[in-house]
Design a binder for this molecule. Structure first.
Ligand SMILES: [Zn+2]
Length: 477
């Protein structure tokens, strides 16, 4: 079944099923009818992980290469597969228990296998297969990545091919996906790293919340990591502690990275929807030309806000913004132009937005204070700091979330706390209630490309959801 050449509809953000979906196999179905997992056993994507090169198309998946662009234009996407797979592999922990030979069955060699034991050195292992320290020396004098052999640790596997007391080849299995192969050549030993790339599969999960997002996500088969990611993506719009109601729901398209038909770990969330108290938020992952991935609404607005609501995580507000407050130290009516967060001395204070330090020093009742300028319009102030973070001084650029200093009680303060002020066009505002601007939308140069991805993903969310629904109805019959 191939509909790869059907005309593309014009860009629309209305989710509607546009495709037929052949060969959808339900491998796992959640325990509860409200939370189902649908995993598509599809042709793996050649474009590795979630990037804009992903052009999944349910009608095309089963029959052809999904690296092809949705509009059937040739895409320059080939080199990314190996690159991103290698990056993924670099992050993986070695898992010697599940080690397997990457190059084991080289014909003609009779391989002897050794497991690295606690306290083992190369010499110990070489000795066990009948080699001596001279062989160790020659191998370590070899070319290529031989140095990797100094990093052996217990549980890893080494395989030796020995002919007439001479080591002809050695394989050192570093992890499930990485191996070092050392071969005897005329110029001595030569070592080369072999990397198996992980194959991304696209999966879908959806669920309805009874009590918490975590329980519903677990029922839907989402890992803890993916659930955290989901909460992070929507955390700017939804407070997952206070705002969640029974009946809230989510849909997620994400990647699973497989090796030899087995899942190794989850990849990225490609698209997701969260419905909270009747409002539906949709997020699309997009990686720009510089390789920065971020989540956007289908219209290209950032899912992030330009400012964190609070400069300290999980801190209690000890004094609210109040322009007619009686000052606790001066005992006079004095505007409280900010919000106070009680926290112990030394608690890190985060820059709430990307910006530039325009003041870092001592200033009267504020004590040690940092003032940040964010573009033309916004300014934030952080007072009573115990000390500044390293490198924080006038003119320095800071990123959202970066630690700029530590809670203290310098200046006019009764105890350790952060006094935080928020200014819009020079006028002070209540940091707790001020409407925060969105972070930068999709760059203009990438907009067209993004819209194609967004349209595709919104369509897929609807398609998968419809497939789940008909599956559910079929099971009720
Ligand atoms: Zn204050």
């Amino acid at each position: 079944m191939q509909h790869g050449h059907e005309p593309q509809p014009t860009v629309s953000t209305t989710p509607r099923p546009r495709y037929r979906y052949p060969r959808i196999h339900l491998i796992a179905v959640g325990l509860c009818s409200a939370a189902l997992v649908l995993i598509l056993t599809l042709v793996p994507s050649p474009d590795a992980t979630a990037t804009k090169t992903v052009r999944l198309k349910p009608d095309a998946l089963a029959s052809r290469d999904i690296g092809s662009d949705a509009a059937n234009t040739p895409g320059p996407d080939t080199p990314t597969a190996a690159d991103s797979a290698a990056a993924v592999v670099d992050q993986m922990l070695a898992d010697p228990q599940e080690a397997e030979a990457l190059v084991a069955d080289v014909p003609g060699y009779d391989w002897q296998e050794q497991t690295v034991k606690r306290g083992d050195t190369l010499s110990h292992i070489f000795k066990r297969v009948g080699l001596n320290s001279r062989d160790v020396y020659e191998v370590m004098e070899g070319s290529g990545d031989v140095k990797l052999l100094t990093r052996i640790h217990p549980g890893q596997t080494m395989r030796f091919a020995i002919e007439e007391d001479h080591l002809v080849a050695l394989e050192y299995v570093m992890s499930r996906t990485e191996s070092l192969l050392v071969n005897a050549t005329d110029q001595g030993y030569r070592a080369e790293k072999a990397v198996k790339s992980l194959t991304p599969f696209t999966s879908y999960a959806e669920g309805t919340i009874d009590s918490s997002l975590f329980l519903a996500a677990q029922r839907a088969g989402l890992s803890e990591g993916l659930t955290m990611e989901l909460a992070n993506i929507f955390g700017w719009d939804v407070d997952f502690v206070l705002d969640i109601r029974r009946g809230d729901s989510f849909r997620v398209i994400y990647q699973e990275l497989h090796l030899d038909g087995e899942k190794v770990r989850d990849g990225n969330i490609l698209a997701a929807q969260f419905t909270n108290q009747g409002d539906t938020f949709t997020a699309i992952r997009y990686e720009d030309d510089a390789g920065h991935a971020s989540y956007y609404t289908p219209d290209g607005d950032s899912m992030r806000k330009a400012f964190l609501r609070s400069p300290i995580s999980f801190a209690r507000i000890s004094s609210h913004f109040n322009l007619r407050r009686k000052h606790p130290v001066l005992h006079t009516i004095r505007a409280h132009k900010g919000t106070d967060y009680a926290a112990s001395r030394g608690t890190p204070i985060k820059a709430t937005g990307d910006g530039k330090v325009i003041f870092a020093g001592r200033k009267g009742g504020y004590g040690n204070v940092v003032i940040l300028q964010h573009g033309q319009k916004y300014r934030t102030l952080y007072a009573h700091m115990h000390r500044f973070a390293r490198g924080i001084r006038s003119g320095r650029r800071v990123n959202q979330g970066q630690t700029i200093g530590y809670v203290g009680s310098t200046g006019l303060a009764t105890g350790p706390h952060l006094h935080y002020e928020f200014y819009v066009n020079g006028a002070v505002r209540n940091p707790v209630t001020v409407k925060l601007p969105q972070a930068e939308p999709i760059a203009r140069a990438e907009r067209d490309d993004f819209m194609l991805v967004a349209q595709e993903m919104v369509g897929q969310l609807a398609t998968y959801a419809a497939a789940m629904e008909s599956e559910r109805l079929a099971r009720l019959d």
